[in-house]
Design a protein around this ligand. Structure first.
Ligand code: UTP
Length: 294
């Protein structure tokens, strides 16, 4: 029987330089979309996908993440005495939400290095990786879509997205062949190769890897064998390329909309779209936007 994916690793130790100065003393993962930090969207996606065990890879200056998922006695007491029942429920829901463990990445030596730091907590079982600055709005949670493929093929799966040529060099890009998959609607690929941040002319396709992965524990051995690249960084794509030599890896062009909330324009787009969808804000916000002379 195929091992169930119980754990989700959240690398959150990057420097977030694209969001400076906001990220000087505050982790990027705590920037709010409307009123919820980015990382909470990711954690909710994991829970809704049936993955309960959360492992967050943190770095320097990231204590706000730990505080966010912890109980805040003072705040709860204050809300209780002021009879703010709704707010109290919202605050409690966050700390009740997850079983969470933390591990530190002392230096930001790349996404692959951050995933390696979770090795002991993951142990010898399949696991998922969620990059919380990729916020995905979809009917079926993106991670759940990948898990369905994993459960069918018992092999690692990465999320893919079509990207236009002028943006492709910001991503890991796959060379892949389509695979017929029951109910898959031409979304499934078997990956032949991957290239990290290619020039548009060198990109093997328009399919980019985005921040959702279901991986098997052999990836740790692959990451171990990866030589650090520029800046001493270990890239996850290089680890996956190494793993490809011994195992098939699938890519799934997920259904949904992905926002790159680690980038200012992507963050603004997500903020507007999420605010418009809110039952308590959407109408007023829409009316306001209509008054703007654009
Ligand atoms: P990014 O490529 O967005 O890098 O990382 P970054 O440092 O967070 O942000 P910029 O580019 O400087 O603005 C993708 C994900 O990998 C994590 C980040 O926290 C983010 O979730 N990461 C990256 C680590 O955990 N450790 C690293 O060494 C690098």
């Amino acid at each position: 029987m195929i091992a169930k994916v119980r754990k989700a690793v959240f690398p959150a130790a990057g420097l977030g330089t694209r969001f400076l100065p906001a990220t000087k003393a505050q982790p990027k993962e705590m920037l709010p979309l409307v009123d919820k930090p980015l990382i909470q969207y990711g954690v909710e996606e994991a829970m809704q996908s049936g993955v309960q065990n959360i492992i967050i890879v943190t770095g320097r200056g990231k204590t706000a993440i730990e505080d966010h998922f912890d109980v805040s006695f003072e705040l709860e007491h204050l809300l209780e005495t002021r009879c703010k029942k709704d707010l109290l429920a919202t605050v409690r829901a966050v700390s009740d939400m997850i079983d969470v463990s933390y591990v530190r990445q002392k230096e930001a030596l790349g996404l692959g290095h951050a995933v390696l730091r979770a090795r002991e907590l993951v142990a010898d079982e399949p696991f998922s990786v969620i990059l919380s600055d990729d916020v995905i709005d979809s009917e079926v949670p993106c991670l759940r879509q990948l898990l369905d493929v994993y459960e069918f093929y018992s092999a690692p799966v990465v999320a893919l997205m079509e990207v236009p040529p002028d943006a492709i060099s910001a991503y890991g890009v796959v060379d892949a062949e389509p695979v017929a998959h029951p109910g898959g609607q031409n979304r499934l690929y078997r990956i032949r190769n991957m290239v990290e941040k290619p020039k548009p002319a060198d990109a093997p396709s328009n399919l980019a890897i985005i921040g959702r992965y279901v991986l098997t524990p052999e990836v740790f051995r692959s990451l171990d064998s990866v030589e650090p690249g520029s800046g001493g960084e270990i890239q996850l794509t290089d680890g996956l390329k190494h793993l490809l030599r011994s195992r098939p890896i699938y890519g799934y062009r997920f259904e949904g909309t992905r926002y790159d909330a680690g980038d200012k324009l992507g963050f603004l787009k997500a903020t507007v779209e999420f605010a418009l969808k809110r039952y308590d804000l959407g109408e007023a916000f829409r009316s306001y936007l209509k008054t703007l002379k654009l």
